[in-house]
Design a protein around this ligand. Structure first.
Ligand code: NDP
Length: 249
């Protein structure tokens, strides 16, 4: 058991990468608290993750609700050996068509809330804890209609390195998992129908040397490594899990 007797907070733990990671952490011995907006999905996820899972409804864009949710999770678990700030949304921000409200929503969810998740959790993270942020290859790629999302993920990448510096004296490590295209419900926000989703996948796949999307479990494996003591001298960096997409010429 690589996470025996550890506790973990995972935002956005009721779906996709967050859920796969919560299940893997629990299977490795951790007690897990997950957050999300959707109560039904939270209850279903908690049943999958296993007994003792704490499932908290909190919208991360409401910073007071986020802070209350983190405090509630800390009360249930006592402390957080591991924090995975994973909640996020996709969605295009095409030039000429994007409203301020749409732009603000993506910044608040993917960037502002990540900062405040770590800030709210910090009093409950013991020395030698592990913080993991969820980035994206979009931080370093130029893709159509993605400037808003890409900007949030470039910001997360910068926060990883800066948090790592801030927290190194306490021995708290801060790293990032950086997914490429991964098969999760987030893609539904980019393609309103199964046919359009298939077309979108067909367009993205040729740019991936492995010739396929990643699976949520493949991201969870890297989060597990960063959460475990096996990565105890690693901080301020990222593991890119993209089937070679950003390494391709
Ligand atoms: P999912 O849509 O499956 O999961 C997103 C999670 O975030 C859900 O649990 C959702 O919970 C939660 N969430 C979204 N908005 C809010 C909010 N306002 N308040 C609270 N929770 C919220 O997608 P993924 O698993 O793919 O996404 C996880 C992370 O991975 C994101 O940060 C994403 O940017 C990143 N990523 C994903 C890639 C991919 O191809 N899948 C590629 C690169 C990065 P609920 O629905 O209950 O609100």
């Amino acid at each position: 058991m690589r996470l025996a007797n550890k506790t973990a907070l995972i935002t956005g733990g009721n779906s996709g990468i967050g859920l796969a990671t919560a299940r893997m952490f629990a299977a490795e011995g951790a007690r897990v608290a997950i957050t999300g907006r959707d109560r039904k999905k939270l209850d279903e996820a908690a049943a999958l993750i296993g007994a003792g899972t704490v499932a908290i409804q909190a919208d991360v864009t409401d910073i007071e609700a986020l802070e209350r949710g983190v405090a509630e999770a800390a009360e249930a678990l006592g402390h957080f050996d591991i924090v995975f700030a994973n909640a996020g949304i996709g969605g295009p921000t095409p030039l000429g068509q994007t409203t301020l409200a749409q732009f603000d929503q993506i910044i608040r969810t993917n960037l502002t809330a990540v900062f405040f998740t770590v800030q709210a959790a910090l009093p409950f993270i013991p020395d030698h804890g592990s913080v993991i942020l969820n980035g994206s290859v979009h931080a370093v790629l130029g893709l159509p209609h993605s400037a808003g999302y890409a900007a949030t993920k470039a910001g997360v990448r910068a926060m990883t390195r800066n948090f790592a510096t801030d927290l190194a004296l306490r021995g708290i490590r801060v790293n990032q998992v950086t997914p490429g295209a991964t098969r999760t419900p987030i893609w539904n926000s980019r393609a309103p129908s199964p046919a359009e989703l298939a077309a979108l996948e067909a367009r993205y796949t040729p740019a991936i040397p492995f010739g396929r999307f990643g699976e949520a479990d493949e991201l969870a494996q890297s989060a597990l490594f960063l959460a475990s003591d096996e990565s105890r001298y690693i901080t301020g960096t990222e593991i890119v899990v993209d089937g070679g997409a950003t390494g391709a010429p």
